[in-house]
Design a protein around this ligand. Structure first.
Ligand SMILES: Cc1ncc(COP(=O)(O)O)c(C=O)c1O
Length: 395
């Protein structure tokens, strides 16, 4: 897509080739402008002022909730603003703690990001156990094996939609169906898929879905938790303070309505407005067009990578998203990334916050390329040219 000129970072760094989009995405001018405009024209706190700019700030903030709800096909009150995917998952783990009892079980998978592992490990102190569904050789959660882990004690299945290491996309329909048949709650980590796949929470019928603004061209410091409305009353608020209350007396407090009950304190107003702008930008480009463009780029990248002698490309197949991990025997991923940085090419090296996945794949780290809509085949050519040079230096 010919949109690179809409991203100031590339104007300020004309030679930059940015292939680390699974880590964070670059921001288009319209997103930056939306935040600057808020601060320069109607900066005020939301939900409290009786004056015009406060009303404007509140209207922009709540309008952003509507835009995001529509994007996910959710109801407006089912969108809770958080700091990011990590905070959204922590919120659910904290809120579920009082509802779970010793002996209850949570199923996650071996391909989860640490942020969908550690919050559940926190519950092990209450004798709640975690079961890990293994992955198959296509790099997807093995549904049969996941099914075999379900017992009458299973209370939640919490899984990643698109792997941040492999790009593989899990079959959410099957997983959520299994959960529903067994009366189990579902949480979907859509941190990676949100910018590449159409997500319709009503069709998915999941209970919770989470993502971070910064992975979809929005700012850092804002994330979303979709929570099905029917859970609103029974879930405990995570953070407590202003905004999330209806009435406070010396000994008692009543909670605000849903979703504000879960949004304590002054929210990240400018970031929420920036995020809604990035969603509008994605809508203008069209997720269908984005997918076609990215698939073409991805095929081109894979074709070129496969020509490299000895390369080990981790489980990847036709329906995977635009994330590719690989290893080259004799070359440390960090050395490859560092040497490519000398040519202004940003790629990732490491375990990608997925050490359980690394363990199951019997590796310690990979190099990872993650593509996005402002990348091009020309950039891939340049990357391959220099990757080959780097391999010659390191071998
Ligand atoms: C799949 C997945 N889940 C969760 C996260 C955590 O996101 P954040 O650090 O924005 O909270 C990431 C970030 O890389 C991710 O890729």
């Amino acid at each position: 897509m010919d949109i690179k000129n809409q991203f100031p970072i590339f104007k300020n760094n004309p030679d930059l080739i940015y292939f680390d989009n699974a880590s964070t995405t670059q921001k288009p001018q319209c997103v930056i402008d939306a935040m600057v405009n808020f601060y320069s024209s109607c900066n005020a706190n939301v939900h409290r002022g009786a004056y015009k700019i406060a009303e404007q700030a509140t209207a922009q903030f709540e309008n952003s909730r509507q835009i995001i709800a529509k994007f996910l096909n959710a109801n407006e009150n089912e969108i809770i603003f958080t700091k990011g995917t990590t905070e959204s998952i922590n919120l659910i783990a904290y809120s579920l703690e009082s509802k779970l009892k010793p002996g209850d079980e949570i199923i996650i998978s071996e391909m989860e990001h640490h942020s969908n592992i550690i919050p559940w490990q926190m519950l092990q102190k209450n004798n709640i156990s975690i079961k890990y569904a293994p992955i198959n050789n296509q790099g997807e959660i093995d549904i049969k094996q996941l099914e075999s882990l379900i017992t009458t004690n299973t209370k939640l299945i919490s899984v990643i939609h698109m792997s941040n290491v492999l790009g593989s996309i899990n079959s959410l329909d099957q997983i959520i169906n299994l959960a529903k048949q067994n009366n189990i709650l579902t949480l979907i980590d859509a941190a990676q898929s949100i910018s590449h796949e159409k997500i319709n929470v009503q069709e998915l019928n999941c209970d919770f879905l989470v993502f971070s603004g910064h992975k979809i061209m929005g700012p850092t410091g804002v994330g979303v938790l979709y929570m099905k409305a029917k859970h609103a009353d029974s879930m405990e608020p995570f953070l407590r303070g202003g905004q999330m209350i209806k009435e406070v007396t010396k000994n008692n407090t009543t909670w605000n309505d849903f979703p504000w009950k879960f949004e304590a304190g002054t929210p990240n107003i400018a970031q929420v407005i920036g995020l809604s702008k990035s969603i509008e930008y994605i809508n203008e480009l069209g997720l269908d067009n984005i997918k076609i463009y990215e698939q073409d780029l991805l095929n081109y990248l894979l074709l070129n990578l496969k020509n490299i002698h000895d390369i080990d490309i981790l489980a990847h197949h036709n329906s995977s998203g635009p994330i590719v991990s690989f290893n080259i025997p004799g070359c440390h991923p960090y050395d490859i990334a560092k040497l490519l940085d000398g040519k202004n090419i940003c790629i990732r090296a490491g375990h990608h916050c997925a050490q359980i996945l690394m363990e199951s794949l019997k590796i310690n780290y990979t190099n990872r390329i993650s593509l996005f809509i402002y990348n091009s085949k020309k950039e891939i050519d340049y990357f391959i040219e220099h990757l080959l040079k780097v391999i010659t230096i390191l071998k």
